[in-house]
Ligand binder design. Structure first.
Ligand code: ADE
Length: 220
């Protein structure tokens, strides 16, 4: 699956996408992450991509023409099952269900805004608007990374067999919370208190462990 990240800061992703799961998924050719510099689509020689708002007010607004040109260019080269998603605090909520819908695509483009917002006409050129939560960030770059990771880890082969997304919180339905997990030591002493691993997990009885985990996973 290909992820295009349309932004004025194409290097902002460098560190995160070159570590751990996203790094491995790219090395295995399971995903391609393609930062796209919005300034390459500016319509003037100074590569200006923002301007003051009509009607006055604080801050700068991202201009519609470079966004239109960039999205058009990406669409012209995109694979068949492709969506263009604008990240904004006004969008519909991003959930595990949305992540699994996106994981069925061949390609996805995230439009990352900066400044005080976009020229509202950009919504005519995108397929949907998504928010990662009811708070305001300085741009769509972190939300784009959040969504990229949530989607990439659902793709076959990305987590490998040592991990699995199947038992995770939210993976079965939106109310599902994963059972608690433990590793060594069996007893951890803190402030005179012994915090013990539940005995059943040490029993080797796989049927009992399965039942215990089922009981311990819960509905939110
Ligand atoms: N851009 C700024 N804040 C955002 C949020 N909460 N979700 C998505 N995009 C954003």
């Amino acid at each position: 699956m290909k992820f295009n990240l349309l932004t004025i800061f194409p290097h902002i992703f460098d560190s995160y996408i070159n570590e751990s799961i996203l790094k491995r998924a790219q090395a295995k050719d399971l995903i391609t992450i393609n930062p796209v510099n919005l300034r390459d689509f500016a319509t003037d020689k100074h590569s200006i991509i923002d301007d003051t708002p009509y009607g006055g007010g604080p801050g700068m607004i991202m201009k519609v023409e470079p966004l239109y040109k960039a999205i058009k260019d990406i669409r012209s080269k995109a694979k068949k099952k492709h969506r263009v998603v604008l990240l904004s605090p006004q969008g519909k909520s991003f959930t595990q269900k949305v992540a699994s819908d996106y994981a069925k695509l061949d390609e996805i483009t995230f439009v990352c805004g900066r400044y005080e917002g976009f020229d509202a006409r950009v919504s005519e050129f995108v397929d949907e608007e998504v928010s990662i939560g009811s708070y305001v960030l300085s741009g769509g770059e972190l939300p784009a990374l959040v969504v990229t990771e949530a989607v990439a880890r659902l793709l076959p082969g990305v987590l490998g067999h040592e991990h699995s997304a199947d038992d995770e919180t939210y993976s079965k339905d939106l109310d599902y919370i994963e059972y608690p997990q433990y590793t060594r030591p069996e007893v951890f002493e803190v402030n005179g208190q012994e915090l013990k691993v539940p005995e059943i997990l040490l029993s080797g009885d796989h049927q009992k462990i399965k039942e215990w985990r089922k009981n311990k996973s819960s509905k939110k």
